[in-house]
Design a protein around this ligand. Sequence first.
Ligand code: PLP
Length: 372
Amino acid sequence: MIYLDNAATTRIDEEVLAVMTPFLRENFGNTQSQHSYGRAAANALTEVRDKIAALLSCKPEEIYFVSGGTEAGNTALKGVCAERGKGHLIVSAIEHPALLESAEDMRKLGFTATFLNPDKNGRIEPESVAAAIREDTVFCAVMAANNETGVIQPVKEIGEICKARGVFYYADCVQSACTQPLPTGYCDAFGISAHKFYGPKGAGAIYIKSGSKISRLISGGRQERGLRGGTVNTAAAIGLAKAFELACKERENSAAYLAKLRDKFLSRVFAEIDGTHLNGGGEILPSHANISFDGCEGENILFYLDLNGVAVSTGSACSAGAVTPSRALMAAGLSESRAKSAVRFTFGKYNTFEEVDNTVEILKRAVAAIRK
Ligand code: PLP
């Protein structure tokens, strides 16, 4: 099987698994316990928090372990809302549902929200953020890179605007963390998720700038300095830290390798399959290629590829038998037929050039069969 759905999740790195295993077996203590098992777990947690903070050039107390990107986004948006009580939110229309649905939840509680559309390249213009800020705006979410197209967003510029206008800025870095530097210093909070960079699922972290006014999402014990109750999944945090360390160490080489794989794939697809279009423009993550195929439904390509040993995804959602085209592609102004004909190919460090070539051959047969 050729796995080209690395934006959905990645296979765990053996090195990561190796450092996690002892914390699932013999070092199983609860970080809150006062005996030696607990202290060993707590010390290990302190060590990995320090490690992540050093990699992010921030303070250890600015890092909170959470279950992943969804919880990080919920924590930021709902945590700011709970603190402020009322106000206006700005959320880009291309955010992950973690942010979009959180904003909808808050609307039900009386907050107002503006959902910002990107330009035709799928980029949120900083000027549109500036124009959307109102007197009562309390929160803004624009992701570092989009999960469907991979389009990189102007986080630094948006961060400067939000800072100048006193708006809390959250940047979802779930897709970008593997190949791009993290935006410490440009935003009030950002989230990462280990399973997107060869770590375990259910393991993430949120950076929250010290001094930020934010309420907890999960009430409980005093874990994570009272921001997030619940026994810490020590093995997951240790896995996250190792995976993040490797991602940071390999970042440049990995980005260069993925770009070569992806660019070879794109040049072959465009040269050998007519009626193909790249979705998203400007700067795109090296891992991503979102392509529309005239005269095809993305779902049909996905199923054909799956039957022939290639795993990809579409941004479409299937509910009650009907296919709803990707929200992010529609927000960028693509026609419904083009959005429905999109397929997302996302490359990872375990992919090879041979796999790229094999995928193109299978894809050519898929498109020809479907168009017929
Ligand atoms: N944000 C983005 C941009 C994502 O792509 C994803 C997962 O696909 C998430 C958030 C959710 O992350 P998690 O699966 O860790 O909850």
